[in-house]
Ligand binder design. Structure first.
Ligand code: ADP
Ligand code: GLC
Length: 498
């Protein structure tokens, strides 16, 4: 199959969160099983330079895009995703994408985000047309590419090269909807007839996530539990109505992990490598090195709890704030890595200043340290309010680090609680708590701290975690099933169908 994947971020070129890991890993896995995959991403030159990457080769095919009544030009560069046959097309438009960050700065989101990503979505379609990619499937991801399924239906369907193209739209996070005021609708370039509550309009404004949901032939999200949660008023974030209507075309496919990036046996960021056979011998070295690096007391006997996360309300930092004092009554250490909401940045800095040698806080984005925290910690905190899938809990399992998670979304689908029954069955892999409150988090942290010195039990937990299979093969196979289901139906599924 010819598959075009469109995403606003992809490792190793750009990343703010899990979307970047998932885009590239899925592309590689699909290409590995023989599909013809083209990945289209914006070109962010400042990030490219920071990554030390070489300048890219031009396709020699500039694009001219209509945007809000003007023509905006873009260059199209190309490359190959490392370690794969995936062709990557980079949409180069310096005014829109040559910025220090992907979506915004300290003052909030960039004011022209609607224009930037309407432009990008149109550029994806124009790239398909001018390079004659003739895709069977265009797979768009999150609000930044939500306009794509609508463009396919409303403008491109009758153009040569798109006769057999179907669209799939993946929701990675319903909390980010690309909601803009109604006048921004002009930037879509589409007829105002689509600006209605069934398709693109939401609370009087333009909603690009809703657009992707309503026009695509099939909608996926990143775990089975989240696929259910988002059809309920509690988890639907205002879009549960439309998601319920499309529930026959909505599937949850669990993300996988990319073994080229996240494998303790080969990870170049670690001071020493290990696998399931050597974990109990080598992991203590990683822990000691991490304690040293972060100025924590170098003590093998205390459990070290790690947390690597975007600092957003989603991730449960308010629970950490409330539970911190009690958690620190335990003989335990904590290390935090993250950036985002200034309140949570201040929180972790405050904890590190107050509890010298027991709490470490690194505010910023540091991929190498994220890997070392996964390997050097004994347990990993993910007390999310909601979590579409979550990758860090899976990385933790692979790295022999027990995840402590709230029972929600993908966390519920991937972590088996250390209840007496599950321990007895040898199925337990981590610690789960149900209600979103500090008491739940504290209960789970205490259970982990109490189990940690019981070496037999702890080692059994770690072994079960490390034996889990989160490889992409299975998940990519599910995407192929979805592609097969919509292939050639040409718009029959979405509400935008002709
Ligand atoms: P989300 O996409 O909601 O942020 P995920 O768990 O799916 O959550 O993915 C987060 C990804 O981003 C992981 O690969 C994680 O290691 C990485 N990450 C998050 N914050 C940081 C940070 N401050 N430094 C380095 N990596 C980070
Ligand atoms: C989102 C979600 C996260 C998910 C990631 C990749 O950012 O918050 O749970 O793992 O996308 O799908």
């Amino acid at each position: 199959m010819r598959i075009v994947l469109a995403s606003s971020e992809a490792v190793p070129y750009s990343k703010t969160g899990g979307l970047a890991d998932v885009t590239s890993a899925l592309a590689k896995s699909l290409a590995g099983s023989g599909h013809n995959v083209t990945l289209v991403v914006p070109h962010y030159p400042q990030l490219q330079r920071q990554n030390g990457k070489r300048p890219l080769a031009s396709t020699g095919q500039p694009l001219q895009i209509w945007l809000g009544g003007k023509i905006v030009t873009a260059n199209l560069y190309w490359g190959t995703l490392p370690g794969s046959d995936v062709t990557v097309l980079f949409v180069d438009q310096p005014d829109f994408f040559d910025r220090p960050a992907l979506y915004g700065n300290k003052d909030g989101d960039y004011q022209d985000n609607c224009a930037r990503f309407c432009f990008f979505s149109r550029a994806v379609m124009e790239a398909c047309r001018t390079l004659v990619l003739r895709p069977d499937i265009i797979h768009a991801n999150d609000w930044q590419t939500g306009l794509i399924p609508a463009l396919l239906e409303a403008e491109y369907r009758d153009q040569p090269g798109f006769e057999n193209t179907s669209s799939v739209f993946t929701i990675h996070n319903l909390a980010y909807q690309g909601q803009f005021w109604h006048w921004d609708y002009n930037l879509t370039g589409l007829d105002w007839k689509y600006f209605n509550a069934e398709q693109m309009e939401h609370w009087g404004g333009l909603n690009l996530l809703k657009t992707g949901i309503s026009f695509s032939d099939m909608v996926t999200t990143v775990s089975p539990t989240y696929a259910y949660e988002i059809t309920t008023p509690l988890g639907g974030m205002g879009l549960d109505g439309i998601l319920s209507r499309r529930s026959g075309d909505l599937v949850g496919i669990l993300n996988g992990i990319d073994p080229d990036e996240w494998n303790p046996a080969t990870d170049e960021h670690l001071p020493a490598n290990y696998d399931a056979k050597t974990v109990f011998e080598i992991k203590p070295q990683c822990k000691a090195a991490l304690q040293q690096e972060l100025n924590l007391e170098v003590r093998p006997d205390v459990p070290l709890f790690g947390m690597v996360s975007r600092m957003a309300d989603q991730k449960g930092f308010d629970l950490v704030a409330t539970a911190a004092e009690e958690m620190l009554k335990l003989d335990a250490q904590f290390c935090f890595l993250g950036s985002g909401d200034p309140r949570y940045e201040a929180l972790v800095r405050h904890l590190a200043n107050t509890y010298h040698g027991r709490v470490a806080a690194t505010v910023g984005f540091d991929n190498g340290l994220a890997h070392r925290i996964e390997a050097g910690s004994d347990a990993f905190l993910m007390p999310s309010r909601f979590e579409p899938c979550g990758l860090n809990q899976m990385y933790s399992l692979a790295y022999g680090t027990a995840p402590i998670v709230r029972s929600v979304g993908g966390l519920k689908d991937t972590v088996v609680d250390a209840s007496p029954k599950n321990l007895f069955l040898g199925a337990a892999t981590g610690f789960r708590f149900e209600d979103y409150d500090a008491a739940g988090l504290l209960w789970a942290v205490r259970r982990a701290a109490e189990m940690y010195p019981k070496k037999n039990l702890w080692q059994q937990l770690i072994r079960s975690g490390m034996s889990q299979d989160f490889s992409w093969g299975k998940s990519a196979g599910r995407y192929v099933e979805v592609y097969e289901r919509v292939r050639g139906i040409g718009g029959g599924g979405g509400s935008g169908g002709r």
